[in-house]
Design a protein around this ligand. Sequence first.
Ligand SMILES: CCCCCCCCCC(=O)SCCNC(=O)CCNC(=O)[C@H](O)C(C)(C)COP(=O)(O)OP(=O)(O)OC[C@H]1O[C@@H](n2cnc3c(N)ncnc32)[C@H](O)[C@@H]1OP(=O)(O)O
Length: 194
Amino acid sequence: MSAPTSSLTPPEGARPPVRHPDAPAPGELLGAHYDQCFGCGRDQAHGLHLETRAGEGVSVTAVFTVKAAHQGAPGLAHGGVLATALDETIGSLSWVLRTIAVTGRLETDYVLPVPVDTELHLDARVTAVHGRKIYGTATGRIGAPDGPVAVRANALFIEVKVDHFIENGRDTEIRAALEDPDQVRVARAFEVNP
Ligand SMILES: CCCCCCCCCC(=O)SCCNC(=O)CCNC(=O)[C@H](O)C(C)(C)COP(=O)(O)OP(=O)(O)OC[C@H]1O[C@@H](n2cnc3c(N)ncnc32)[C@H](O)[C@@H]1OP(=O)(O)O
C-alpha cells in the first residue's frame, strides 16, 4: 500500500464524476442497501433510518430525524452520529456512480448544535474521481433543504470489489445475507448493481 495522502483535495489528473446511465432517476428513493445498516437499515432499532434519494448529476439528498437515542449532550445529537449521517449520505453516492466503495477518510465540520427532533436535510455529491479514489462532499442543514448549515464533511472513498465484504464480514451475517430468499435484497446488501 502506498502512503495515504493527507489531503482530501483531488490530485491533478482527477476527472469529473460520471452519472451511470442506469442510476436511479432524480428524486427516486434509494431504500436501504442492507436492513441491518446503522445508517439506513429498516430493522436496525437504534439506527439513523436515513431516507436517501437520488439527485441530479452525481448527487443525493437524505433526511435524518434526530431521535433521543442519538444524543451526546442532553438534548443534542452526538457528533459521531452526525458523522455517520454524513458518511452514509456520501456512501449512497455509490448508487449513482454504480461503483462499490468504502470510506477511507472522512473530515467533518460541526457548525451548529443539532437538537433532538431536528430534521437534518443532507445533500452530497461526488466532486472528482481518480483511479479507485472517489472524492465526495456533504452538507447537513437544520429543518429544511435551505435551512442553516449545521454540519459539513469531505470524504475520500475507495472503490472495492464485492469480495471486500464477503472476505471481511462476520460469517454469521454474511451467511444470513446470502441465504435471504429475496434475491434483490441479497444483491443490494453487497453491491450497487442488482
Ligand atoms: C453497497 C453500498 C453501500 C453504501 C453505504 C455505505 C455506508 C457508509 C460507508 C462506510 O462507512 S464503509 C465502512 C468504513 N470503511 C472501511 O471499513 C474501510 C476500511 N479500510 C479498508 O478496507 C482499506 O483500507 C481500503 C479498502 C479503504 C483501502 O485498501 P486497499 O488495499 O484496497 O487500497 P490501497 O491501499 O491499494 O490504496 C488505494 C489508493 O487509495 C489510497 N488510500 C487508501 N486508503 C486511504 C486512506 N485511508 N486515506 C487516504 N488515501 C487512501 C491509497 O493511498 C491509494 O492511492 P494511490 O492509488 O494514489 O496510490
